[in-house]
Design a protein around this ligand. Structure first.
Ligand SMILES: [Zn+2]
Length: 248
């Protein structure tokens, strides 16, 4: 069954190896607020393969309990997932917390509060990166981020140049609009291979987006197979977000 994943990935990674190149992968997992069984499963899986994970944590909903839990998991880093993951967009609009629906000062105050709350909870593991809920943020907010201490933005899709570095995710494990389960393994693998082909020409990283709280067995199986294939391949390196920012 892993042939669906193995064949397209190895075709690409072998080409990288033949050209003396290393492809950088990173894992972002969204919506953590407290220790749960699925988070345990994610932490076990990533530890088994020594894959660093960046957890986009929702500041308003989290506290010391998660911080205590993550303390002995140095491979995990924590980024700011908006403030409360509340939707302020209208009924017929795409969901947004950090959109242009409220005065910019109010949104900036939340983005600032999220930074400070998580930085205090995670003196070692905090990474000053904003992950807007639903991967959307109104453009005028971006110019404010460096002044608040943010060093990068992470959304989904191709990186767009802006006032601060952008380190995106490119492949989403879940099928949000259809089954709300994991996407087909063959589709996921061909999306990753496509991203690797782009990176071969233009540089950049391969960001995988996960949501531990809603993973079905297919999602876990994909992660397991992907980690197994890629961590054994000399042309693949899983990096942490702090490493990519030069924090450590
Ligand atoms: Zn989210």
């Amino acid at each position: 069954m892993t042939a669906d994943i193995r064949t397209p990935l190895l075709a690409e990674l072998d080409r990288w190896q033949a050209n003396g190149r290393i492809a950088c992968f990173w894992l972002r997992d969204d919506d953590a607020v407290k220790p749960t069984e699925p988070l345990d499963r994610l932490m076990d899986l990533t530890r088994r393969y020594a894959v660093p994970a960046t957890l986009a944590v929702i500041p308003e909903c989290t506290g010391q309990e998660l911080a205590n839990y993550l303390q002995d998991k140095p491979m995990a880093s924590v980024a700011v997932h908006g403030w409360s993951h509340k939707n302020h967009a209208g009924e017929n609009e795409k969901k947004q917390e950090l959109g242009a629906h409220r005065p910019i000062e109010d949104v900036i105050a939340e983005i600032d509060g999220g930074f400070k709350h998580l930085q205090a909870l995670y003196p070692q593991q905090f990474t000053p990166v904003l992950v807007p809920p639903w991967n959307r943020i109104a453009a005028p907010m971006l110019a404010e981020l460096p002044g608040l201490g943010y060093r990068a933005l992470s959304v989904f899709g191709p990186e767009k140049a802006g006032p601060l570095p952008v380190i995106n995710t490119h492949v989403d494990l879940m099928d949000w609009h259809g089954t709300r389960r994991a996407r087909a393994h063959s589709e996921l693998a061909s999306d990753i291979a496509r991203r690797l082909r782009q990176m071969f020409e233009t540089g950049g990283t391969m960001g995988l987006l996960a949501h531990h709280l809603v993973h079905d067995e297919q999602a876990w199986a994909f992660l397991d197979a992907l980690f197994e294939i890629t961590t054994q391949h000399p042309a693949c390196r899983w990096k942490s977000l702090p490493d990519m920012l030069g924090q450590r």
